[in-house]
Design a protein around this ligand. Structure first.
Ligand SMILES: [Zn+2]
Ligand SMILES: [Zn+2]
Length: 360
């Protein structure tokens, strides 16, 4: 009897061991709604592994993406900078190949990519959607980017304000741009906002990118509105690598960075329209009505009144509802709200204006 009980306890212990990894590996969710005609994909197009100056094995980047709820990643090891090469031999395509099977099993879209690395200026450039990284290993930057372009790559300029004494748009950048070898630019990289990236994206019609550029294991990254992985939200027709490529060339992106969304006005408006719902008043007393506003996205939205009715300022917490009391004028049939969303940027220091009419 005693032995049987012991055996039962051992069996229970073993079954716990079997279940534990499944629970620890639950898939994360980052909540940004789709917009009309497009899926909102959460993407990180810039990260490193031991194959350059990163500190993790390529499959770890897939595991992290799965845990966080990221749809697509690009492992972008430096071609020209490999401090671990005496331990990990140079083989540009290996990070992708090693991670590919795990990405399939976890339903993470894995993009073959690389970081073309020059001292600043001209700086660093990521090439996405490559077929073979080897032809990019050439001294001349323009030749390297042309080799990427010949494979249909999307190329973007990384962390353009990285070196404060050497930031600027130089002749080589014009050459790359004119040759069609500069399609996007990082507005945000890790915990840095790049003002020039933001300005040049608007001036030169470059796709706005926001990526982690993560080197260490992703253990210090939080899951709060303020503390999260910097990502690019991509508006793609479907959840495929081809659709992401189309979207990037078509500049259908918004950057998610430190509780801010940065992007073209059009896409920010659509994303907010899908995220925020204002219900008709649920209570009236005297001149006052009470309404509930729901915020169905990861941003704590901060809004500031431009004119008219409603509170002067308001924070709509992420993934939550907020109740608001508004004083009405007599015989009013709709409530006209005129606000700016101070943490949605349509340009450097420029908030997204929102004008709404709520029927009473
Ligand atoms: Zn870099
Ligand atoms: Zn990098």
């Amino acid at each position: 009897m005693k032995t049987r009980r012991r055996l039962a306890l051992v069996a229970l212990f073993l079954s716990c061991l079997l279940i534990a990894p499944t629970l620890a590996d639950s898939k994360g969710k980052i909540n940004f709604p789709d917009i009309p005609g497009y899926k909102t994909l959460k993407c990180d197009f810039h990260m490193h592994t031991v194959f350059s100056d990163g500190l993790v094995w390529p499959t770890v980047r897939v595991d992290e993406a799965y845990r966080l709820g990221i749809d697509a990643i690009a492992i972008t090891d430096h071609i020209e900078y490999q401090p671990h090469k005496s331990d990990v031999p140079t083989n540009y395509n290996r990070p992708y190949e090693i991670a590919a099977q795990s990405a399939k099993e976890k339903n993470i879209l894995l993009i073959r990519a690389a970081e073309i690395t020059r001292s600043t200026p001209p700086g660093h450039f990521n090439a996405l959607f490559l077929k073979d990284i080897n032809p990019l290993d050439t001294e001349d930057l323009l030749k390297a980017t042309k080799a990427a372009k010949a494979q249909g790559a999307f190329i973007f300029w990384n962390h353009p304000d990285w070196k404060p004494d050497h930031k600027g748009w130089f002749e080589i950048h014009t050459k790359l741009y004119d040759a069609g070898c500069l399609n996007g630019i990082e507005v945000c990289n890790g915990d840095g906002y790049h003002l020039n990236g933001h300005k040049w994206a608007i001036e030169k019609n470059l796709t706005m990118m926001g990526n982690s550029d993560i080197h260490a294991p992703d253990i210090s990254c939080g899951h709060t509105p303020e503390d999260h992985r910097t990502l690019t939200l991509v508006f793609a027709r479907e959840r495929t690598i081809d659709a992401i490529k189309d979207a990037l060339f078509d500049r259908r992106t918004v950057v998610w960075y430190k509780n801010q969304l940065i992007g073209p006005q059009d896409y920010l408006e659509q994303l907010l329209e899908q995220s925020v719902a204002i219900a008709p008043p649920y209570y009236r007393r005297g001149d006052y009505v009470w309404i509930e506003i729901t915020n169905n996205c990861e941003l704590d939205l901060t809004v500031q009144k431009l004119s008219g009715q409603g509170p002067i300022s308001l924070t709509l917490p992420a993934n939550a509802g907020t109740t608001v009391r508004v004083k009405l004028d007599k015989q009013q049939t709709s409530l006209d709200l005129s606000y700016e969303v101070t943490n949605c940027l349509i340009g450097p220091g420029k908030s997204l204006p929102v004008h709404l009419s709520v029927p009473l």
